[in-house]
Design a protein around this ligand. Sequence first.
Ligand SMILES: Nc1ncnc2c1ncn2[C@@H]1O[C@H](COP(=O)(O)OP(=O)(O)O)[C@@H](O)[C@H]1O
Ligand SMILES: Cc1ncc(COP(=O)(O)OP(=O)(O)O)c(N)n1
Length: 269
Amino acid sequence: MNKALTIAGSDSGGGAGIQADLKTFQELEVFGMSAITAVTAQNTLGVHGVYPMTPEAIIQQIQAIGEDIGTDAVKTGMLFSSDIIEAVSEQVRKYRWENLVVDPVMIAKGGASLLQQEAIFAMKTYLLPLAKVITPNIPEAEVLTGLTIRSAEDKKEAALRLVELGVQTVVIKGGHDEDESESTDLLYDGREFHTFTNKRIQTKNTHGTGCTFSAALTAELAKGASVYDAVLTAKEFIQAAIEDGIEVGHGHGPTNHGAFRKKKELGNR
Ligand SMILES: Nc1ncnc2c1ncn2[C@@H]1O[C@H](COP(=O)(O)OP(=O)(O)O)[C@@H](O)[C@H]1O
Ligand SMILES: Cc1ncc(COP(=O)(O)OP(=O)(O)O)c(N)n1
């Protein structure tokens, strides 16, 4: 069985972070492992508390996996501080983990900060150059590039700038763009642009979409897919998960991580 490691924060509400990543890995038949960077007290209404782990605790979790089990792909999510980013980057380099997906998580849907402002330098300097793929949403791509992104052309310019930071492939996710009928993600690998467009689903249950999309991409890379094919599957996975979103809590409910598998099973009957 192929293996994937997520290095991310815990979401007590179960829709994003480590919980979303492990559910997604399992659904895509990849053995999931985790190194927890922070514990959040979180539900569908927002983030109520953030408790970062020490860099030592994170390093020990990563080493426990690196020294024994190994992994076919790695995903990073919430990293919170520059100390944590530096520690994680060093471990990724040490184990020569090349299938690295960096989801540069900064702000949760409710507005809570999941990355300190001063950590953006460390993210750009130490972590992004190690990434095979980075998956910023539009506000994250704006912070990383200093650009304002409104149009498809702006997205392309941002992708060009991100590749200049040493990243191999950029996928700018379109959940936050202004198009009310479609959600388009842009892939740029330093040579070609590709777009992935799906119908925009009108729902409030979108908590954890970014984590889930990046986790599906990571799981597919762990199984040996090309980046292009991994994004295709991740897009199908997130579309099914949002379509079948779960109505729990009083705010933004989670997506349904089991929906892609159920849809495939129905299709095979
Ligand atoms: N309402 C929606 N309908 C269809 N796809 C969506 C919707 N919202 C987000 N997506 C897709 O979900 C993935 C995550 O995107 P996004 O919401 O931008 O990430 P994040 O959660 O990091 O802000 C992308 O593939 C995006 O196109
Ligand atoms: C612990 C933790 N990590 C990441 C996020 C952000 O998740 P995302 O998929 O971007 O979804 P929203 O929070 O924006 O709905 C998180 N919330 N918690």
